[in-house]
Each structure stands twice: as structure tokens, then as C-alpha cells.
Design a protein around this ligand. Structure first.
Ligand SMILES: NC(=O)c1ccc[n+]([C@@H]2O[C@H](COP(=O)([O-])OP(=O)(O)OC[C@H]3O[C@@H](n4cnc5c(N)ncnc54)[C@H](OP(=O)(O)O)[C@@H]3O)[C@@H](O)[C@H]2O)c1
Length: 310
């Protein structure tokens, strides 16, 4: 299936299409000839579309908990890419509604209509973790598996790219600092990938499907968060930053304070994730792209990344 078949353009709904990942998905789908419709809580703001998207439909996941609630949003749509996610719950926008119940209802609605659904989830779920964010993502995945729809789940590692207003933007900013504050226990490795690559991989899934349904996606290198910061810094500065180790109790306190105040992209869930590897078991990105993923950051000029942050 290509974006334009026998004169008819494939119409793809992208809930969350105005977000960081969503914008890259919209661009990739449009580049492959699709007609893209964004779903957003703010249809007025995006009345003229978002980027290359032609239109925007009103969509509030916390109110779309039954298949029938999706009738209007799915009118005339041929495929869906769900890029909606929340870092913190707010009022009726709970993790369970946004990450689990609404995607379950969307999957049921897609099954009824025979639509392909690509769903963006997250790496790192583990029974032992307390993060309600990850648990709700896991419940959402289980709902898709049980739905009988034509579903695909993508689980990207941490993303870098233009247009990030959360973690990616913060990391790019902190990378410039001459001192990098690093939680002592943040020894888990991540496989940071380029958001444009993720958009392209998702467009391939929409248009061509794949022989497997679940896709862990990551970049070429496994790095700790400290190594990632060093690699991002090396893009602009010859001199590596000083590493300032932060004691675990202070990181724990900061994570809870950020959650309480809804401040910064840092959260208790991130703190849990940073302490363990958060990379693909099998990285499906190269095969979906048909090439090597783009590099993110660069090795510091003097010595290896780990020497630079030691
Ligand atoms: N960024 C990363 O590094 C990364 C890595 C792995 C996985 N992920 C996952 O990917 C998903 C998207 O991440 P992102 O970085 O693109 O986040 P983002 O920039 O915050 O975008 C999320 C989008 O979700 C929409 N949204 C939020 N609450 C909604 C609701 N109640 N109803 C309808 N739409 C709602 C928002 O659209 P409107 O404001 O237009 O309504 C927003 O644009 C998340 O689930 C995240 O966990 C992200």
C-alpha cells in the first residue's frame, strides 16, 4: 500500500499529531503521499492543519472510552497513528483513560472498520517498577493485543530531534552547560534515536505493515544519560563538561517535587527508568528504515565519551 493508490490518497488520522513525535509522523506520512488529519484537544489552534497535515479534528482521549465515541473522528479515515501521551495526569486526563481505556476503544473502533492502527508506546515496562505512567502504557498495549484489530505497537527509546518541547529540548539545553548534574544511580543505558527516523519507520508501518506487530526502536549507540549529554555537547563544544554527581536521595526528592509542581520533564517515572537499561531487545528500526539509523550526537573529540564524563 502506498500513500496514493489509484488516484485516491490514503487518509490517516494522527491523534497527538501536533506533539513532538506526532509532527515527525505527520511530515513522514505527507512525504509518502498521504492526506494527514491531526487529532488535537485544540482544533481551533490548528484549524489550518499542523505542518503538512491538511486538517485537524477535535479529540479528547479522556472522553473517548467506547468504540462509538470514535465515530466522528474516524469518518473517512483509512488508517490511524496514535501519538497521544501525557507525562502527568491532570483532572479527568488520567493515565488510565489516556494511555489505556481510550486506545482500547480506538482499537475496537478500528477493528469494526478494518483500519490499521499504529500505536506509540514506551520501552521500559517492568512489573517491579512503581511508575503508573509505564503501567498504563503496558495496559494500553495489552488492550491492543486483545482487540482483534490490525495493530502495530512501536516502543521508541529516548528521542532527539527538532520541535521537542519536553525531554529532547531539555537535554539539548543542558548539554551546553559546562557542568552536567548527573544522578549517581543513572547507570541505565538508552538507545537515543532521531525523531525523523521514528516518523519514517511509522509511515512504513502504516503503508506496508510488517511481519511482526511489536517494534522496539532505538538508535545506533547504547549510552547512559551522562554519555548522551556528553555526545550532544560534543556537537557544539570541543571541551567536555564537568560531571557533577547528584546523590540518590536528592534525585528522589527532586523527582517527587517535579511531579508535585508539574515542573520540568523530569518525573519519578524517569528516575526509575534512568536506573536500568531502556533499550530495544531487538532493534527493529534499521529494518523498517532499510538503512542505518541517523547518528544522534557525536563522540567527544578527545577520548571516548565515558572518559569525557568520568
Ligand atoms: N519523546 C520521547 O522521547 C518519547 C520516547 C518514547 C515514547 N514516547 C511516547 O510517545 C508519546 C508522545 O510523546 P511526545 O514526546 O510526542 O509527547 P508530546 O509532544 O507531549 O505530544 C503528546 C500529544 O498528545 C496530545 N494529548 C495529550 N493529552 C491528550 C488528551 N487528553 N486527548 C487528546 N490528545 C492529547 C497532545 O495534543 P494536543 O495538545 O494537540 O491536544 C500532544 O501534542 C507519549 O506517549 C510518550 O510517552 C515519547
Amino acid at each position: 500500500m502506498e500513500g496514493c493508490e489509484r488516484g485516491k490518497r490514503l487518509r490517516v488520522l494522527v491523534p497527538g499529531g501536533a506533539g513532538f513525535i506526532g509532527r515527525h509522523v505527520v511530515a513522514a506520512l505527507a512525504a509518502r503521499g498521504c492526506d494527514v488529519v491531526v487529532g488535537s484537544r485544540h482544533p481551533g489552534k490548528y484549524a489550518n492543519g499542523v505542518g503538512a497535515a491538511s486538517a485537524c479534528r477535535a479529540l479528547r482521549m479522556e472522553r473517548m472510552l467506547h468504540a462509538g465515541d470514535w465515530t466522528e473522528a474516524l469518518a473517512g479515515i483509512d488508517a490511524v497513528v496514535n501519538c497521544v501521551g501525557i507525562l502527568r495526569p491532570r483532572g479527568h486526563e488520567t493515565y488510565d483513560r489516556v494511555h489505556h481505556l481510550a486506545p482500547a476503544a480506538l482499537a475496537a473502533a478500528c477493528r469494526e472498520r478494518g483500519l490499521r492502527l499504529v500505536h506509540v508506546s514506551a520501552l521500559g515496562y517492568d512489573d517491579r517498577l512503581r511508575s503508573r505512567f509505564l503501567r498504563s502504557k503496558h495496559d494500553g498495549e495489552n488492550a491492543l493485543r486483545a482487540s482483534g484489530a490490525d495493530w502495530h505497537i512501536v516502543r521508541p527509546s529516548l528521542l532527539d530531534g527538532d520541535g521537542g518541547h519536553g525531554g529532547a529540548k531539555w537535554i539539548r539545553r543542558v548539554a551546553h552547560w559546562p557542568v552536567h548534574p548527573l544522578p549517581r544511580a543513572a547507570r541505565g543505558r538508552i538507545a537515543v534515536l532521531d525523531a525523523g527516523d521514528l516518523g519514517e519507520a511509522i509511515a512504513t508501518l502504516v503503508l506496508q505493515g510488517a511481519d511482526v506487530r511489536e517494534h522496539d526502536l532505538g538508535g545506533n549507540d547504547l549510552r547512559t544519560i551522562g554519555e548522551h549529554l556528553a555526545a550532544m555537547r560534543a556537537l557544539h563544544h570541543a571541551r567536555p563538561a564537568w560531571r557533577l554527581p547528584i546523590p540518590d536521595w536528592l534525585t528522589w526528592l527532586t523527582a517527587h517535587a517535579c511531579d508535585l509542581l508539574h515542573a520540568t520533564p523530569f518525573s519519578y517515572g524517569h528516575w526509575e527508568l534512568l536506573q536500568r537499561d531502556n533499550c530495544p531487545r531487538v532493534n527493529r528500526l534499521p529494518s523498517l528504515l532499510g538503512r542505518t539509523p541517523r547518528a544522534v550526537g557525536t563522540m567527544p573529540e578527545h577520548g571516548t565519551i565515558s572518559e569525557a564524563v568520568a
